[in-house]
Design a protein around this ligand. Structure first.
Ligand SMILES: Nc1ncnc2c1ncn2[C@@H]1O[C@H](COP(=O)(O)OP(=O)(O)OP(=O)(O)O)[C@@H](O)[C@H]1O
Length: 478
């Protein structure tokens, strides 16, 4: 039923709007007339509530007439955030996953409905970062552990934070890394250090989603001009999670701003989960401007870095609880076992701290049990060929039997080739294995399909977007 509602939404709103706002929706619950759909950020929740809730409710009612209510919820970080914060409309900041985050009252600039901001995030709010998101005061260069995987990026970040406007060297500075490897930490450290050195500097740190929200709200309230003038007047613009910048008109605005800042020698720093050339949803002009500076990758931390991160976490936990003792051998064991991102390490450390509070003599075996859970959570999800076939068939409105049949009509050949292509790129299965799963076809047929779709997506933007949408739908199901 959820798939049908999504198909209807896509048909009514078009692929671009659909993938911008609905691509990351997940159905959490549908019972007793109540439907709960989750999205990853408060920004998306607020936007969907404000613009599309009635439409979604109508579509559900068409599928299930006894539907009373559709509710959009945020699926992450809810443990740290009080209900009052739920009304906050913007992905104005990236909420840290630390459980001890405290809340205090305050107001986001220009955003009266955003009432609660974690206390540790308030220090620079109300200063020069007024147009942007509040900074988390824990994210500084002092707390950023340097090592082989981020040394070059750290050096560039420090140079940017320390240089004055006559000595700009890397512009724009583009940092990319997969999730949890410290992009936000590094960006906010740049903002904090710049403000520390030049308290009067106009520094703006924003997530791309917040940028979209600021513009969309300003356009709605006929304030776009004022906002543009304010943004024009800044010294350092820092944009996080660039991969989420969607929509042609917002990208045009961003492109104007980027051109204007770069041409007037103002520093711009951008981070994303991939390099500029791979940001499929970005307009070529934006990509090319972002490509014109320096692009650096942050890699996964090695053992030495992981151990340093854990030791640093322990030191700050000990600053709050002087009696806390965790033997070094345990930290070494955790650093060896949790080999993923800083965020996974943080998760492992929080688990450790929690267990330690009622099991102070915790053994390495017990830690393995606990970390088994943390490590599994960090593993990539396994995508199944059956899920790919089911989702692709539904997307193109053909049956799975038709997809696997020998019929050669165009309306079936294309979905079949797309499904084979996705099976190749999203699973570790070999070409012969994929052929077998597609009604006993030869591996050369699968190879032909893969090449055909690869060739088509190069020139056909709509197909490329369709493939991206399908990838997301499939990953969400995995
Ligand atoms: N080198 C590091 N030193 C200290 N802490 C780190 C380092 N790398 C990551 N972390 C910590 O790991 C957590 C996740 O980092 P952060 O949020 O900056 O990652 P990200 O790359 O922005 O993730 P996402 O792609 O999900 O936005 C943070 O608490 C951060 O402080």
């Amino acid at each position: 039923m959820f798939e049908r509602v999504k198909t209807q939404l896509r048909a009514r709103l078009g692929s671009e709007v659909y993938s911008s706002w609905f691509g990351r929706m997940k159905l959490m619950e549908a019972s007793k007339g109540c439907v709960r759909i989750s999205v990853p950020t408060a920004f998306l929740r607020s936007w969907i509530n404000g613009h599309y809730l009635d439409l979604i409710t109508d579509l559900w009612k068409q599928e299930a007439p006894d539907t009373l209510k559709v509710e959009i919820i945020v699926r992450t970080a809810t443990r740290n955030v009080r209900a009052t914060q739920e009304s906050q409309p913007a992905a104005a900041r990236k909420v840290s996953s630390r459980p001890q985050t405290a809340l205090a009252s305050g107001t986001l600039a220009g955003n009266p409905s955003a009432r609660a901001i974690p206390a540790k995030m308030q220090e620079t709010d109300g200063r020069s970062n007024i147009l942007g998101s509040p900074l988390d005061s824990r994210y500084t260069f002092d707390s950023l552990i340097e090592g082989a995987s981020n040394r070059v990026a750290c050096a560039a970040a420090r140079t940017v934070a320390e240089s004055d406007s006559n000595a700009i060297r890397f512009n724009p500075l583009f940092l990319h890394a997969s999730v949890g490897l410290g992009k936000t930490h590094m960006l906010q450290a740049i903002a904090a250090e710049s403000l520390r050195r030049k308290p009067q500097a106009r520094v703006v740190y924003l997530t791309a989603e917040y940028f979209m929200w600021r513009f969309a709200t300003a356009i709605r309230d006929n304030n776009a001009l004022t906002l543009k003038e304010q943004l024009r007047d800044i010294d350092l613009l820092i944009i996080d999670d660039m991969q989420f910048l969607q929509g042609k008109s917002i990208q045009n605005e961003f492109c104007h701003l980027l051109n204007m800042l770069l041409d007037s020698a103002r520093q711009v720093v951008v981070a994303a989960d991939r390099p500029p050339s791979e940001l499929e949803s970005l307009e070529p002009r934006v990509k090319s401007r972002l490509n014109g500076g320096v692009s650096l990758e942050i890699g996964a931390p090695d053992f030495a870095m992981r151990l340093s991160i854990l030791k640093q976490r322990l030191a700050s936990a000990q600053a709050e609880d002087g009696s806390l003792e965790i033997p070094e051998e345990i930290l070494v064991h955790v650093a060896r076992s949790v080999t993923g991102s800083g965020r996974e390490l943080e998760g492992a450390f929080n688990q450790l701290l929690f267990r330690h509070s009622f099991e102070p003599q915790i053994t390495i075996d017990r830690i393995d049990e606990i970390l088994g859970h943390v490590c599994r959570a960090g593993e990539p999800k396994r995508v199944r060929i059956e899920d790919i076939q089911r989702i692709v068939a539904r997307h193109y409105n053909v049956s799975k039997t038709e997809l696997l049949s020998n019929r050669r009509t165009r309306t079936i050949v294309k979905p079949r080739q797309v499904a084979m292509y996705l099976s190749k790129v999203m699973t570790p299965r070999s070409l012969p294995e994929i052929g077998r799963r597609f009604g006993g076809r030869d591996h050369t047929t699968v190879l032909h399909a893969v090449r055909k779709i690869e060739g088509l997506t190069d020139g056909d933007r709509q197909l490329a977007q369709e493939i991206e949408l399908l990838k997301r739908l499939i990953s969400d199901q995995a």
